[in-house]
Design a protein around this ligand. Structure first.
Ligand SMILES: CC(C)(COP(=O)(O)OP(=O)(O)OC[C@H]1O[C@@H](n2cnc3c(N)ncnc32)[C@H](O)[C@@H]1OP(=O)(O)O)[C@@H](O)C(=O)NCCC(=O)NCCS
Length: 160
């Protein structure tokens, strides 16, 4: 599914994140990340057929120190809110993640980490993340702490 990636205001991802990440019994649970100063939001957009495009996937990069057990104390980004509409899955998540990692590195990050839902583990492993510790429950779902180091910063952090 062909999509275009670009930044958007973090709050504009909220409806999509709610639709994908707060289904069923999770419906009333809050979503986090977009309220943090310095958070970047990356969107995947698909042509809507009328000359416009629509948001079909997103993720957030939140400036948040890595948990102590990771043992990396430099600038850190927390990846949050990875969500793709079902009809647009199959490569979109990988593309969002790859671009987010580039942006995080260009933004001077040393490490990126996330609380990954267990079914998404391979998505992150393919992008170089490793799991640390065992599964834990968050919002009633099994999660893993996953992380990876980032490459050296590039010239421009703001052009997806
Ligand atoms: C996770 C998600 C963004 C991946 O989008 P995508 O476009 O299908 O991603 P890709 O095709 O590039 O990668 C597929 C990987 O997504 C993960 N995945 C597939 N279905 C999933 C699901 N229902 N829930 C979570 N992760 C899933 C798997 O790791 C899969 O890799 P595998 O095929 O080797 O097992 C998308 O499935 C989604 O929005 N899921 C629901 C929300 C969610 O779980 N977000 C992740 C929170 S950490």
């Amino acid at each position: 599914m062909s999509t275009t990636l670009r930044f958007l205001p973090p709050a504009e991802t909220k409806a999509l994140r709610a639709a994908v990440l707060r289904t069923g019994p999770l419906r009333d649970l809050p979503l986090g990340g977009d309220e943090v100063h310095g958070t970047l939001a990356l969107g995947a957009f698909a042509a809507a057929g009328d000359g416009t495009d629509k948001l079909v996937g997103c993720c957030l990069l939140v400036p948040e120190p890595a948990p102590a057990e990771i043992g990396v104390h430099g600038p850190a980004w927390r990846l949050r809110g990875m969500a793709v509409l079902p009809a647009y899955r199959g490569g979109t998540g990988t593309a969002l993640l790859a671009r987010a990692l580039e942006i995080a590195a260009q933004g001077g990050g040393e490490v990126v980490w996330c609380h990954a839902r267990v079914p998404a583990r391979r998505l992150y492993e393919r992008a170089g993340f490793v799991a640390l510790g065992g599964e834990f429950s968050e919002i009633g779902l099994p999660h893993l702490l996953m992380w990876r180091l980032l490459g050296p910063p590039g010239p421009d952090a703001r052009e997806p």
